[in-house]
Design a protein around this ligand. Structure first.
Ligand code: A2P
Length: 222
């Protein structure tokens, strides 16, 4: 392995500060626990269990993610396409180590993942790779037609055997359905916001008050 390659991280991203990580974890846990008790959720339980009449404990269903973060560029130590170019972008170099305020605008749950949608500001978009959405095209064909930044998220939990990269794909899938005007039937107003169902076990809670999360732009070497 070339030294030049090993000097690139596993990924770049915004890392949530410890205090806000706890708050986000608690809020998503609250959401999951409440979702589990809703009649509307029970009606679509087979999305999660694959069989009727079976119960699911969502708290147990997902395993938690380590340090909460919003990935900007997955570099895979330089093996990922465009990794070097991203690391060399002036904005990336200038803003490395700076503090940001991320806006978490929605929470979503699918049979595979739990995550929070991040609504990026114009300033934050300078750190967002232009092809982030397009890279998910094989999984979500409409991904490239969604606005830049659509994929921005914080992974909060994964079902057994599911990789965190799936969280962004699940979010893009929901946003693609929204864009097509499909699904998104309003299920109910919860204390945290409005809950909508997008079919196949996909639930999106638009937060009444977005969570403002302090985060540091940095990288992770794994
Ligand atoms: P996410 O950003 O949804 O949390 P891993 O531990 O699997 O190597 O992943 C490290 C981080 O990079 C995770 O945060 C993960 O997902 C993200 N990630 C992994 N693979 C990709 C990929 N192909 N494209 C974008 N992000 C990725």
């Amino acid at each position: 392995v070339l030294l030049e390659e090993t000097s690139l991280p596993l990924f770049f991203g915004w890392f949530l500060l410890p205090g806000i990580q706890d708050k986000v974890r608690c809020t998503s846990m609250d959401f999951i626990k409440t979702l589990d008790t809703l009649e509307a959720f029970k009606k679509h339980l087979t999305d999660f269990t694959g069989e009727a009449e079976k119960e699911v404990d969502l708290e147990q269903y997902f395993s938690a993610i380590g340090a909460l973060h919003c990935t900007t560029k997955f570099c895979d130590y330089g093996k990922a396409e465009g990794a070097k170019e991203y690391a060399e972008k002036p904005a990336v170099k200038e803003l490395y180590g700076s503090a940001f305020e991320l806006s978490l605008s929605a929470l979503f749950v699918t049979p595979r993942t739990v995550g929070a949608r991040v609504s990026l500001t114009e300033d934050q978009m300078t750190l967002w790779p232009a092809d982030a959405e397009k890279e998910a095209e094989s999984a979500v064909p409409a991904a490239a037609t969604l606005p830049a930044g659509s994929r921005a998220h914080v992974s909060l939990g994964c079902a057994e055997g599911v990789e965190p990269v799936q969280t962004g794909i699940d979010l893009l899938e929901i946003l693609a359905l929204q864009q097509e005007g499909q699904g998104g039937e309003l299920v109910e107003e919860m204390e945290l916001g409005s809950l909508a169902y997008y079919g196949k076990g996909r639930w999106l809670l638009s937060l009444r008050e977005p969570i403002s999360a302090q985060a540091c732009f940095s990288s992770h070497y794994g």
